[in-house]
Ligand binder design. Structure first.
Ligand code: 6PG
Length: 474
C-alpha cells in the first residue's frame, strides 16, 4: 500500500470518533477518516470549514489506509465487543509491519490483552487506549490513558499530547503500561465515575425525600459545594441538571425524567475485575447494583405498595443548614473511600499483571478532561508524590481528612437508614472504612466454620502453621 499524507486515520465516526477527528485536525494534523456510512466522512470535512481542510474523507478502506503516512496509525472508535474484532479483521490485511492499530473506545481489558497478543505476533502493533471526557472532551481535550507496547508510544505521543486536555499546561495523557493497562485504568475510571454519581444521587435523595428541598434549592447547594473540597465536574453538572427547567411542563427537568439508569458495562467490568483480584470495590459494586435495581421500575412500584405501612422513623433530619453541612462532609469522606477502592483495584492489577502502573501519574492525567476530573485528584497525585502509598486510606493527608469527617458519614448513613432512604454506596463506603480500620476482624469465625464443615484448615494467632481442629460432630 502506498504512503499517503495523513498523520493518523480515524475509523468510526460516531459522536466520539467524529469529535476526536476534529480535535486532531484542529491541532494541525492531517486526519484520514472512514465510516461504514461514507457520507459521514465527507460531511465531517464539508461541515467544518477551516478545520475540515485537515480532514481527508475516504470512500473505501483501501483508500483510507493508503491515505496514511507510514508507519500507519489507525484509530478505531467503534462500540466495544465484536465490532472491534470485525473492523480490525477488515483493516489488518491492508497494513504493513510496524503499523499501529489503536482501539480508543471503551473495552474490556481482557479483550485488549487478547487482541494485543494476536496483533503483536504478526509484526503489527496494538494499542488499547482509554479516552474520557464524553463528546466535549473528545472535541476539545480528553484525558487519555494509553496501553500497549511501549515502543509505539513515541509514534502517538506528538498527536496525543496536542489533543489531550491540559492541567496547568501539562497534557493529560500518559503511557501506563503494556497490553491491557490503558483500558484497565479506563475501566476503573468509569467504576469510580459510577460510585461518584451514585453517591451524589443518594445525597440528592436525602435532600428530596428527607428534607423536602426543591431541585432549584439543591442546585444552589451544589454550586456552593463546588467551591470547596468537592469541587469537580460531576458536582458542577449536578448543579446544572438540578437548575434546569423542562420547556414542555415548566417543571424541574429532573422531575420529569424516569428513574431508570442505563449502563453500557464499564462499571460492571470494574466490579468483576476487582472481585477477581480479591479487592473490595464495594462502593462501585453498590453503584452498579443500584442501576440494576433502578431498571426494575414496575417491580419497585409494586413493592412500594406492599411495604407502604412498614415502621420507619418519620424524620431524623432537623436543622437544614446543619444537615447540609453534614452531607457535604459525608460525601467528601465517602468519595475518599471510593477512590481508595478504585486505586486499590489498580494496585492489585498492576501487581497481578506485572504492569507497574504509575498510580500518581494516573491521578495527574485525571485532573482535567475526564468525567471524574476534580481538585481532589491533585491531592491524590500529591499523596503519591510524597512517597509510597499502600492504600489512600493510609496516606497522611487522607487519614487526617477521614478522621475529621467520618462522623458526618456515620450520621448521614444512620439517619437515612432510620427514615428508610436508600444510601447503598454511602453505607458501603462506611462499612468498608469500619472493616478496613479494624485490626481484629470476624473472619476467624468464618475460618472456624469452614474448618468444621470442610476441613479447610486455619492458621492460629499464637503459633505458625496450618491447623485442623476436631470439632464436635454436628
Ligand atoms: C467517559 C465516560 C464514558 C462512558 C459514559 C457512559 O469517561 O467519557 O465514562 O466512557 O461511556 O459515561 O457510561 P454508562 O452508559 O455506562 O453510564
Amino acid at each position: 500500500m502506498s504512503d499517503g499524507q495523513a498523520d493518523i486515520g480515524v475509523l468510526g465516526l460516531g459522536t466520539m470518533g467524529a469529535n476526536l477527528a476534529l480535535n486532531i485536525a484542529e491541532n494541525g494534523f492531517k486526519v484520514a477518516v472512514h465510516n461504514r456510512t461514507t457520507s459521514k466522512a465527507f460531511a465531517l470535512r464539508d461541515d467544518n470549514p477551516g478545520i475540515g481542510d485537515n480532514v481527508l474523507p475516504t470512500e473505501t478502506l483501501e483508500e483510507f489506509v493508503s491515505a496514511l503516512k507510514a508507519p500507519r496509525l489507525v484509530l478505531f472508535m467503534v462500540p466495544a465487543g465484536k465490532l472491534v474484532d470485525d473492523e480490525m479483521a477488515r483493516v489488518t490485511p491492508l497494513l504493513s509491519p510496524g503499523d499501529v492499530m489503536i482501539d480508543a473506545g471503551n473495552a474490556d481489558f481482557n479483550d485488549t490483552v487478547r487482541r494485543s497478543t494476536a496483533v503483536e505476533a504478526t509484526g503489527l502493533h496494538f494499542v488499547g487506549m482509554g479516552v474520557s471526557g464524553g463528546e466535549l472532551g473528545a472535541r476539545h481535550g480528553p484525558s487519555i490513558m494509553v496501553g500497549g507496547a511501549r515502543e509505539t508510544y513515541p509514534l502517538l505521543e506528538p498527536i496525543l499530547a496536542k489533543i489531550a486536555a491540559k492541567y496547568e499546561g501539562e497534557p493529560c495523557v500518559a503511557w501506563l503500561g503494556p497490553d491491557g493497562a490503558g483500558h484497565f485504568v479506563k475501566t476503573i475510571h468509569n467504576g469510580i465515575e459510577y460510585a461518584d454519581m451514585q453517591m451524589i444521587a443518594e445525597i440528592y435523595g436525602i435532600m428530596r425525600d428527607g428534607i423536602g428541598l426543591e431541585p432549584a434549592a439543591m442546585a444552589k447547594i451544589f454550586i456552593d459545594w463546588n467551591t470547596r473540597g468537592l469541587a469537580s465536574y460531576l458536582i458542577e453538572i449536578t448543579a446544572v441538571t438540578l437548575a434546569e427547567t423542562d420547556p414542555e411542563t415548566s417543571r424541574p427537568m429532573v422531575d420529569v425524567i424516569v428513574d431508570e439508569a442505563g449502563q453500557k458495562g464499564t462499571g460492571r467490568w470494574a466490579v468483576i475485575e476487582a472481585q477477581k483480584l480479591g479487592v473490595g470495590a464495594t462502593t462501585i459494586e453498590a453503584a452498579v447494583s443500584a442501576r440494576g435495581v433502578s431498571s426494575h421500575r414496575g417491580e419497585r412500584e409494586k413493592a412500594s405498595a406492599l411495604y407502604r405501612d412498614v415502621e420507619i422513623e418519620t424524620s431524623r433530619f432537623g436543622d437544614e443548614a446543619d444537615d447540609i453541612a453534614e452531607m457535604e462532609q459525608a460525601l467528601e469522606t465517602a468519595k475518599i473511600i471510593a477512590y481508595a477502592q478504585g486505586y486499590a483495584t489498580m494496585a492489585a492489577a498492576s501487581e497481578e499483571y506485572g504492569w507497574n502502573l504509575p498510580l500518581g501519574e494516573i491521578a495527574r492525567i485525571w485532573r482535567a478532561g475526564c468525567i471524574i476530573r476534580s481538585r481532589f485528584l491533585d491531592d491524590i497525585a500529591k499523596a503519591y508524590d510524597a512517597g509510597s502509598v499502600v492504600n489512600l486510606l493510609q496516606a497522611a493527608d487522607f487519614v487526617a481528612r477521614v478522621a475529621a469527617a467520618q462522623m458526618a458519614l456515620r450520621q448521614v448513613v444512620a439517619k437515612a437508614a432510620l427514615v428508610g432512604i436508600p444510601v447503598p454506596a454511602l453505607s458501603a463506603a462506611l462499612a468498608y472504612f469500619d472493616d478496613y480500620r479494624r485490626a481484629r476482624g470476624t473472619t476467624n469465625l468464618t475460618q472456624a466454620q469452614r474448618d468444621l464443615f470442610g476441613a479447610h484448615t486455619f492458621r492460629r494467632l499464637d503459633k505458625d502453621g496450618v491447623f485442623h481442629h476436631r470439632w464436635p460432630a454436628v
